[in-house]
Design a protein around this ligand. Sequence first.
Ligand SMILES: Nc1ncnc2c1ncn2[C@@H]1O[C@H](COP(=O)(O)OP(=O)(O)OP(=O)(O)O)[C@@H](O)[C@H]1O
Length: 616
Amino acid sequence: MIEMLLPERMRPVRLASPEHLGKPLLEHFAQARRRMGRAAWLSSPIGLLALLPSIFTLEVFDRVIFRQGFSTLVALLAGVAVALIVEWTLRRRRSANLREAGALIDWGLSSTLLDKMLGQPLRTLEDRPAASWVALFRDVGAVRTLLTGPVVQSLFDLPLAVFAIVIVGLVALPVLPVVLGMVCVFAAMAWWFADEVKQGKVAELQQARSLDMFTAEMCRARESVKALAQHESVAAQWKTGYEQWLAESFSRGSEMEETKELTHSLLIASSIVITATGAVAVANQWMSIGGLIAANMLAIKAISPIATLSGAWRQLAQSIEAARRLDKVFAQPSETGSAGVSLPRPKGAMTLDEVSFRYDEQSEPVFKKVSLTLAPAQFYSVVGKNGVGKSTLLKLVTGLYRPDEGRVLIDEYDLQQFSRHETASWIATLSQNVYFLDGTIADQLRRAAPEITDEQIVKACKLTGVHSFISRLPQGYATVMREGGRTLSAGVRRKIALAQVLLRNPAVLVLDEPTNDLDHMSELQLIASLRLIAKMRTVIVVTHSAELVASSDVALAVSGDGDVQVMTPVQALGAYFSPPKAEKKPVQAAPSPLEPSLGVVGPDLGLATAVPGELH
Ligand SMILES: Nc1ncnc2c1ncn2[C@@H]1O[C@H](COP(=O)(O)OP(=O)(O)OP(=O)(O)O)[C@@H](O)[C@H]1O
């Protein structure tokens, strides 16, 4: 659609044929096409009616003033009044059609983008920063503006330009060459200023997007920025970006101002040249004085749509860029749809069959042909040093990541065949980073399972040990959580998130470091609850807590060389939680050769007194 709006010669420059745009984008344009078509059709009568004031002026000069035809004046006034009412009605209908087309595009693209975003595999979602997804939603607005903005208005007014030129030919033939000449000058100018469309990008807009993204990241990290006193470095980075954007925007802004001023001066010059030419023609009686005045008015109507294009290219270029970005996202594959038949609730056995996984081509594989079988209704702890792949293993088990090779099965079913919704109803996950959308505590819990009763909510919260805390809040379960739940402590947030997971009543419960942020008593209470749950469900827990490992039935040790070993909890405790036997002396804080250059002259960090085992 956007390509179709472009001048023919520009299409091959950067934008390929209309097939270049993805199907979903074209489908949304197709939905709006009927309304756009109606608006285009209405433009013809509107264009014709808009010429009436010029014809009225011509008649007033030629018939009323020179021939004293006052009855003609009354008839003309009545005719023009009717025409103005009709034109006003048609204009309103055209605007309504354009508005509806814009709304259709907006709604269609926004909801497709949302579905697309939520339907992307986690790895694809992770590849793009959160702020970049927000920017994509703004792109929808840029595409919509194209349909209701000056570009389309100018295109719709082009028939008016043709009608105006024809009438100039009829009533003021001697000035027609001048009008045609001016139209050509403005068309050449519009072509000249279309550089951004020709280049296919708006540099300033790209800088504004990067700046927006950095600002969003900075706002999200405000606590760390404060805590680490990073104000100066962050501000310096932001100011550099802002200055670059400002410089580009300033230079583009002055170009646009120049275009505007030049257009204004050229319009005045056109009027003067037409008047001068017309004066000679009137003096030689080649045309009437009414014809001269009407020609002046008509020339402006013929030139205006083309002159507007000079300033509107920028918006067109922005819309094209936005459409391209949306197109790219729409073309990405979504996760699998439903398996087609609803299968009975699984027992909860999990199998990894020769699973290999790496984050990208350049990085080392996190897992190499790992095979594991986890029996239902067992309590598994996953242990290992930082960064060896414990969380990655959980994401593979829950189907959030797909293995590069091999299969992950729940009972005898390959997870790949199921939709995210189906998988999540059987395998509930508590990730390491807990985040809540805005809403009350009760809303958060109902979001996990909409059909649950208040009784079940209270029961789940009692199991995770957060019920008594919530009950003491002035608003209780109606307490509003904002900004991911920042107003509640990290431990309370984790317990609420745990309650959410329990409410899903899954066959497999997968928890990534659930005891993080919990006080010791809460940790013991959680472990007791998990032991109880593991009597009927498979529980898999990544943990650095020795108590939790000791309470599990089996430990899975992620070694960091692409393998996972099955151990008894006692073996895992020996391997990962006891102080290394070789190190008998306490760790000495050795003077670092780097310290002088870093200027670290602060106090002893206390490493000398740390128990070696704690550093694991
Ligand atoms: N989204 C990602 N993109 C690229 N690499 C990643 C991503 N997430 C994790 N990794 C890398 O994969 C490896 C395993 O990470 P993972 O988070 O699974 O470790 P972990 O054992 O859970 O660590 P921790 O105990 O610190 O939570 C690390 O080297 C990490 O840098």
